[in-house]
Design a protein around this ligand. Structure first.
Ligand code: MN
Ligand code: MN
Length: 254
């Protein structure tokens, strides 16, 4: 009898552990694949990781965009892994970017999916340090305005909201060692779902990748999603119902 109770408890425990491992398998492309990324084109190369999805541009040495779902299930107390490393999942004919390619450039290895958005466990945090998730980011952009929008996003999550975030860059200021492109602008679009999972708002910013953004507020760089679609040629949130998509993409976040 006692043995049976223990067995049942053990099975329950295993089931619960199994469930908690499943929790974070989120569909990061639930609302669309902005550039129709696929596994044929190495400059629009689709990579789907448990923690985020991205379109990699082998020629540029950076992602075209990275997309990730964010809710409270991803947030915890895990410390920054800081294990910057090449991504080994690129196609054979695409040479991975190395952490040292950024050395001495004056640009940060700037996360697209922030380390701070994946603090639930070591493995998920470590995944944000793959070089496919990095762009050369000007320190004032990365450490100030961009970071402040990242923090604002997590504040929304603390209020019970669920976010679908896509971040990328455009333009070419120069190239670092080998092939890494330094973008002229960084941009981010965020779909905000309310506590009942209904789409309620959208945020879009496009920020110069330059030191002149020091002491600016991310709200100084609010734009429409339409403007970023026009700049990049991507279609964000293409799976959101047409009328709602049109409205959300034409407004500036307040
Ligand atoms: Mn950063
Ligand atoms: Mn769209």
């Amino acid at each position: 009898m006692i043995l049976r109770v223990i067995t049942i408890k053990l099975i329950l425990l295993l089931l619960l552990t199994g469930c908690s491992l499943e929790i974070n398998k989120k569909d990061h492309l639930k609302y669309g694949n902005p550039s129709q990324a696929n596994t044929e084109d190495k400059n629009n190369y689709l990579m789907q990781k448990p923690q985020y999805a991205l379109s990699y541009n082998c020629k540029k040495g950076i992602a075209n965009w990275v997309s990730w779902q964010l809710d409270s299930s991803w947030l915890g107390d895990t410390k920054r892994a800081n294990d910057f490393r090449p991504d080994q999942d690129l196609p054979a004919d695409c040479e991975p970017v190395l952490p040292s390619d950024y050395r001495g450039s004056g640009y940060d290895r700037g996360h697209l999916t922030p380390s701070g958005d994946r603090t639930n466990n070591q493995e998920d945090n470590s995944a944000t340090f793959l070089m496919t998730n990095m762009i050369p980011q000007s320190p004032a952009n990365n450490r100030e305005v961009w970071r402040e929008l990242e923090e604002y996003s997590r504040d929304l999550v603390d209020q019970g909201k669920e976010l679908y975030i896509i971040a990328g860059s455009d333009g070419q200021r120069k190239k670092l060692k080998r092939k890494v492109t330094v973008p002229v602008f960084t941009w981010k679009v965020i779909l905000v779902l309310n506590n009942s999972g209904k789409i309620e708002d959208a945020i879009a910013v496009r920020i110069p990748n330059a030191e002149r953004v020091a002491n600016k507020d991310w709200r100084d760089y609010l734009v429409t999603i339409d403007a970023i679609e026009k700049k990049t040629g991507y279609d964000f949130f293409s799976l959101v119902e047409k009328d709602q998509q049109k409205k959300l993409e034409a407004k500036v976040y307040q």
